[in-house]
Design a binder for this molecule. Sequence first.
Ligand code: PLP
Length: 380
Amino acid sequence: MIYYDNAATTMPFKEVCEAAARTIQAFEANPSSLHRLGTQAQNSISAARRKVAAALACRDKEIIFTSCATESINTVLKGFHDAYPKSGQHIVTSAAEHKATLECCTYLEKKGAQITYLMPDADGSISTEKLVNALNAETSLITFLHVNNETGAVSDLPSIVKIRNNQCPDARIHIDAVQSFGKLPFYPSKAGIDYASFSAHKINGLKGAGAIYVNEKSRIAPLLHGGGQENSMRSGTENVQAIAGFGVAAEMSLAYLRENLERTARIRETFLRILTDKGVEFIQNSPENGSPYILNLSFPGIMPEVLLHTLEADELYISTSSACASRNARSSYVLKAMGIREEIAKYAVRLSFGADNTVEEAIRAAEMFAGALGRIPPRR
Ligand code: PLP
């Protein structure tokens, strides 16, 4: 099997499964219980928090565990609005964000916030000029993806921070770092970022754990109220096994970040070179300088679903667009926002690589693609 749908979810590392199994088998009880079994569970969470914080070069107390990145993003955006009701009124974001951000913005708009949606350039990035023009005296929050989940376009974080510092020093910055954490260097506190969102299952952890980085000088109001877990920032009994696994996944992703990044760049380059050598007709929707982990290609005349299922028969797994959008939309709103024409966008597929993929697989995968494309009659 060749798995190229890592932007949707990744296979948990063996060490992650072992860490999670240990917490289950040792029956680590409710972390809020005062007895020894509860303390053991609390210790597992603390150890995971140390590892996630170390991977981000921030303080342990700046990490809040959640259930997923969707919850993290909801907590930041809605929690910011609640924490700063007077100033939380103008939010700048982009039209190419993940739905978790876009749907929160729609919700906040109904609550009275003003949202400015910047359109990405043809390479998927947000131009600094557009950001400069969008900010005004009322701007309180700027929220962007670090790496776009459909195209791999990378935001220019140093420029975003610099523009905020010059024009709106009181505005806060939130970064959706789901597709960059553990894959590209990302150190929010050093970068001057106030909030960031993460998900364990995108870095070979388990589904059911996410995190938020909240700079110690910034505030948000909690989304969930109750027993006061996570320093009262996220009530609800913690998913101890998924959080323990998240710590291990973060530690391992950081340890192999450079090695994985270099190998993934070779995987992407090898795959594209073989397709080109074989004379396969394709259009690359991903920017040249984007994250090598995500490759978005259109094969004109080949319906993405047909290609996906043809490759599936060869045990090669890809995606038609982002996993969250694939059952809803005909063609991607992200590609449309980049100005890619419908005739090209509707033929887009996404290959997303992960820590387990090899260059040898990329050679086989390119051959499988060429073979499958030769078998599928194009729609003209
Ligand atoms: N943000 C980005 C960029 C994503 O790719 C995803 C998942 O696809 C999410 C947020 C939501 O993550 P989760 O599945 O943990 O809710």
